[in-house]
Ligand binder design. Structure first.
Ligand code: GDP
Length: 528
């Protein structure tokens, strides 16, 4: 493989709100020299961004792409100059299907968990999405500077809840009030806090192993005894790190640290640099397309719409799969069939974030457009391949759409079709009853839907509770599916492609039906 196709590390951070994703992101950017001081992101950015074309696009179009893709560079021995593309996975209130889709565009992920809380709901959901494509995961147990749960308990929880092999890469010497540092089990270095803020400021010592007597000069007898006992046991009890198993998504290396105090951040980034895969091949209808291919290809994984309803501008985010993209190049979107020239792509680069001229496999390009590009579209020079495996995800919030003006049915249908193609919502047309059902993954999407219906389609509608909790696509033995559909008409709908969907009252309902109908598959995802 040549360096130009192996020097990208495209990854995301998955976590539950408050576990420390933002803090870790900031520290990673700091390591990569993308920002100079934490907190400087905003202040310095203003002056710089005003200069860049890229910012002009943001201002004119009112589309915020600021934190969607963060790129930084760093050299590593044995790896050369690497470019890191960190893709933001929107959390908190802006959690949406985009959050899931972003994970289809990365080659690996860092899973951040709070040492006091372990695996939380959102972490688990995001992990399941990673698992769909065997995305390799590095685990970062954060906040070891605070009172947390026992390290073994946390490791076992990751192993049991996620059905993964776990391998300790570092070990905390004490936690919370007794925290004295982090021992790197790979390099046998001990990192210790210094000064009153107890941050890591480079106080590192090299040792020959856990039984090295010089460790006694660095740690209190109590902390040292515990470290030797626990870390020794951990090394014996868990499998050794195996890069193949990690890359296949079967094993997760676990790092302990504190994003806030900068412990373990270096190690996690090193893990991404040395172990995480370079741009992986992507499945297509013509077999796997490798990053080595000459033809420029990519797929759209997310569309960001203008927050200002006066503008119908969108930015489509395309993940590059193969080839070298140059500004002005013509690419054909699979949904359109004819080529479009890409004149002002947004390439996310380095500190200045100016419009760059080239993008390579693993990079993300933002393509401004007026709605021609859809989520799941393949873009390519010759228009011969289609990438597969880009799923729709079962909605977690379902609502009925009610029109205030019943003469607007046609407009509503058009709007719902458009918005579902764009990937804002999913729409379901029930077999019985006239009210259409829409599904989303995050609450904010509902607000976006209502405001866009009004602003762009002049449709005055409101949403009401639907008696369903989730949806599953039906597949499997055709006769059995037919039979199931015939007796469950009240819970059936068609999606926008006309595929049958089971609207379930609860997750329990799904399980119950799945058990009673073993020849029918109730799928939580559907390939676009
Ligand atoms: P996010 O919601 O996952 O992005 O979490 P944030 O990065 O915003 O962190 C949530 C809170 O945890 C903030 O108050 C952080 O200062 C704090 N925090 C993050 N990392 C650490 C850590 O390593 N140690 C401690 N003590 N607090 C942390």
């Amino acid at each position: 493989m040549n360096q130009t196709t192996t020097d990208r590390r495209t990854f995301a951070i998955i976590s539950h709100p408050d576990a420390g994703k933002t803090t870790l992101t900031e520290k990673l950017l700091l390591k990569g020299g993308a920002i100079h001081l934490a907190g400087e992101v905003k202040a310095r950015g203003q002056a710089r961004r005003a200069r860049s074309d890229w910012m002009k696009i943001e201002q004119q179009r009112g589309i915020s792409v600021t934190s969607s893709v963060m790129t930084f560079h760093r050299s590593y021995e044995g790896e050369g100059d690497l470019t890191f593309n960190l893709l933001d996975t929107p959390g908190h209130e802006d959690f949406s299907e985009d959050t899931y889709r972003t994970l289809t565009a990365v080659d690996s992920a860092i899973m951040v968990i709070d040492a006091a809380k372990g695996i939380e709901a959102q972490t688990r959901k995001l992990f399941e999405v990673c698992r769909l494509r065997d995305v390799p995961i590095i685990t970062f147990v954060n906040k070891v500077d605070r009172e947390g749960r026992d390290a073994f308990e946390l490791m076992d929880e990751v192993a049991d809840m996620l059905a993964l092999d776990v391998c300790p890469m570092s070990w905390p010497a004490g936690m919370g009030g007794e925290f004295e540092g982090v021992y790197d089990l790979v390099t046998n270095q001990l990192h210790k806090p210094t000064g009153p803020s107890k941050e890591f400021e480079g106080d590192t010592s090299q040792h020959s192993g856990l039984d090295d007597p010089t460790l006694a000069d660095r740690l209190s007898p109590r902390a040292l005894e515990r470290l030797r006992e626990e870390a020794g046991l951990a090394q014996a009890a868990y499998p050794a790190f195996d890069i193949e198993a990690y890359r296949a998504g079967h094993l997760t290396p676990i790092f302990f640290g504190s994003a806030l105090k900068q412990f373990g951040v270096e190690e996690v980034l090193g893990g991404i640099a040395h172990y995480a895969p370079p741009p992986r091949p992507q499945p297509s209808d013509d077999g796997e397309i490798s990053a080595e291919g000459d033809e420029v290809t990519g797929f759209v994984f997310k569309i960001q719409a203008n927050m200002d309803p006066q503008h119908r501008d969108r930015v489509a985010f395309m993940r590059m799969v193969s080839g070298t993209f140059k500004r002005g190049m013509k690419l054909t979107p699979s949904g359109l069939g004819k080529p479009i020239a890409i004149h002002s792509p947004i390439l996310f680069f380095a500190q200045d974030r100016e419009i760059a001229d080239e993008a390579r496999p693993g990079d993300i390009i933002g393509i401004p457009n007026h709605g021609t590009l859809r989520v799941g579209d393949t873009l390519s020079e010759k228009n011969v391949v289609r990438f597969t495996g880009l799923p729709n995800f079962a909605p977690e919030i379902l609502r009925r759409v009610v029109l205030r003006d019943p003469t607007k049915t046609k407009q509503l249908r058009k709007a719902l079709d458009d918005l579902s193609e764009e990937g804002v919502i999913q729409v379901f047309y029930p077999e019985i009853g006239a009210q259409w059902v829409i599904g989303v993954v995050g609450q904010l999407q509902l607000e976006v839907l209502i405001s866009r219906l009004e602003a762009e389609y002049k449709v005055d509608a409101y949403l009401e509770q639907a008696p369903y909790d989730t949806a599953r696509w039906l597949a499997g033995d055709a006769a059995k599916v037919e039979a199931f559909m015939a007796i469950n008409k009240g819970s059936l709908a068609k999606d926008r492609d006309g595929d049958p969907v089971f609207l379930a009252k609860s997750a329990w309902d799904v399980g119950y039906q799945a058990e009673r109908n073993p020849d029918v598959t109730f799928s939580a995802t559907k390939e676009r």
